[in-house]
Design a protein around this ligand. Structure first.
Ligand code: AP5
Ligand code: MG
Length: 193
């Protein structure tokens, strides 16, 4: 079993690279953003709560997010045998600590954190371009700005947290999708040694 976090700012390529990782390693993909958008599309109570945070570019409260993630893991015990890609989780130090516990409780552990490093100008350009047809309530100029602020204030401190844990693999996130994926595969291979 091999569990990884794919980490980076909004639009850094977490989803894009996850698709390639699924194909290469047969891992189970959990994007907390996708889990929440699915609830919004289905019009559930949770979806209504999530929408109020997402459309403003704010994070869903930690305790709610952690309980959702625990549920997703427990509903998919049959699918996670090869390992899991955590995409968009953790986003706060609190969530990172909770992840360690969620995994330990299930006899699992984190093997590597793939950190996609992309500058704000490139992130903004990618998201504005995608916003033309993504239908995502958070892909507009104002919310993108807020998402970047939230990323720098609440999420980027996780980089040092995982550097200290010896789990952080820095990946240059600008370049072609194929080049970036080749670097990710090298980082995975090193983490497997
Ligand atoms: P989430 O869905 O996780 O969104 P995000 O982090 O803002 O990132 P994106 O999904 O927009 O981008 P990505 O990194 O996946 O990049 P992608 O591959 O799509 O979260 C949304 C919201 O949900 C949060 O703001 C929060 O409100 C809530 N939420 C989620 N998780 C939470 C948590 N744990 N706690 C609390 N709240 C939470 O690529 C982006 C674009 O760039 C695409 O168009 C793609 O084609 C393009 N692209 C990809 N790679 C390249 C490349 N190499 N060169 C050029 N273009 C590229
Ligand atoms: Mg994504």
């Amino acid at each position: 079993m091999f569990n990884l976090v794919i980490f980076g700012g909004p639009g850094s390529g977490k989803g894009t690279q996850s698709d390639l990782l699924i194909e290469e390693y047969g891992l189970f993909h959990i994007s907390t953003g996708e889990v929440l958008r699915d609830q919004i599309n289905r019009g559930t109570e949770l979806g209504k709560i999530a929408d109020s945070f997402i459309s403003g570019g704010n994070l869903i409260p930690d305790d709610l997010m952690v309980s959702i993630l625990g549920k997703v893991l427990d509903e998919n015990t049959d699918k996670i045998a090869n390992g899991v890609i955590f995409d968009g989780f953790p986003r706060t130090i609190e969530q990172a600590k909770a992840l360690t516990t969620l995994l330990a409780d299930r006899n699992m552990k984190l093997n590597v954190v793939i950190g996609l490093e992309v500058n704000d100008e490139e992130l903004t350009a990618r998201l504005i371009k995608r916003g033309k047809d993504s239908g995502r309530s958070d892909d507009n100029e104002e919310t993108i700005k807020k998402r970047l602020q939230v990323y720098h204030n609440q999420t980027s401190p996780l980089r040092d947290f995982y550097v200290n844990e010896g789990l952080y693999a820095k990946i240059e996130g600008c370049g072609t999708i194929e080049e970036i994926f080749a670097n990710i595969k090298s980082a995975v291979a090193s983490a497997k040694k």
